[in-house]
Design a binder for this molecule. Structure first.
Ligand SMILES: Nc1ncnc2c1ncn2[C@@H]1O[C@H](COP(=O)(O)OP(=O)(O)OP(=O)(O)O)[C@@H](O)[C@H]1O
Ligand SMILES: O=P(O)(O)OC[C@H]1O[C@H](OP(=O)(O)OP(=O)(O)O)[C@H](O)[C@@H]1O
Length: 215
């Protein structure tokens, strides 16, 4: 039997992902410790787990370095890789929004040329150019996106909002909602064919574990 390999996200989604996989018996004791190791193997079940940066998960899965990955829907939309999205885990819930100072509300509606700072240039471009038919200048940043309108780098931002406290503490508001987000399971296209039985069973087990949690 070949190894079934998983690219799991480090960071925010890590704990909930590990807990869920543990529930369906897809785990490995070593992974629970406080280690800097990046690959864990369960010899008995022929499973391999990689711990990757969340934004890199789709890359590992598209190239087949991992059969299966767990990643936020924002990363799937931004990275536009060729893979199957097979399951919504329902955790890691947040929203992709256009945010900025309250005064920008009117300017946004007037279709003026504005600057948009974001960690998600593809999502921002798609939203403004294709959905709203509005020409904007996209400025790519890597973090602390809320800073951009405060220092006049941009008029608005496209970013993730969860509790809303980062926006609030910086005097910004949600101006428009682009979409809702949560953690998803993605599968390599070839793996889904050659490992169909094992992967389909895993999806069923995960679904069951998720619905038991909700009940
Ligand atoms: N408040 C939040 N901020 C950012 N992401 C969130 C939040 N709540 C849930 N998420 C989800 O968690 C995923 C992983 O976020 P995480 O910050 O761990 O990794 P990242 O996007 O690679 O960021 P970083 O560059 O900070 O490492 C996001 O892609 C998103 O789907
Ligand atoms: O609505 P909230 O609960 O306040 O969460 C949203 C904030 O969290 C994320 O930033 P993160 O902490 O990942 O840091 P970053 O700015 O370095 O991306 C996101 O980019 C927002 O800034």
């Amino acid at each position: 039997m070949r190894y079934l390999t998983f690219a799991l996200p480090k960071g925010r989604l890590a704990t909930k992902t590990m807990t869920l996989f543990e529930k369906v018996g897809f785990t490995c004791e070593e992974m629970k410790g406080d280690s800097r190791k990046l690959i864990f193997v369960n010899e008995e079940l022929k499973l391999k787990f990689f711990l990757a940066k969340a934004t890199d998960v789709p890359t590992y899965v598209e190239y087949g370095a991992a059969d299966i990955g767990v990643v936020g829907r924002d990363t799937i939309l931004e990275e536009r890789k060729n893979l199957y999205e097979v399951l919504d885990f329902g955790f890691g819930k947040c929203r992709m929004v256009v945010a900025g100072p309250k005064e920008m509300e009117a300017k946004l509606k007037q279709n003026e040329l504005i600057r948009v700072a974001t960690k998600y240039p593809n999502i921002a471009k798609d939203y403004f150019n294709n959905q709203k038919n509005q020409t904007v200048e996209i400025i790519k940043l890597n973090g602390s996106i809320e800073l951009a309108p405060l220092v006049d780098l941009s008029e608005v931002i496209v970013d993730i909002v969860e509790t809303g406290s980062t926006l609030k503490e910086n005097g910004l508001v949600v101006l428009e909602e682009i979409c809702t987000l949560s953690a998803r399971m993605v599968v390599n296209r070839v793996s889904l064919k050659i490992e169909n039985k094992r992967i389909t069973k895993l999806i069923e087990d995960l679904r069951k574990a998720l619905s038991e949690k909700e009940a």
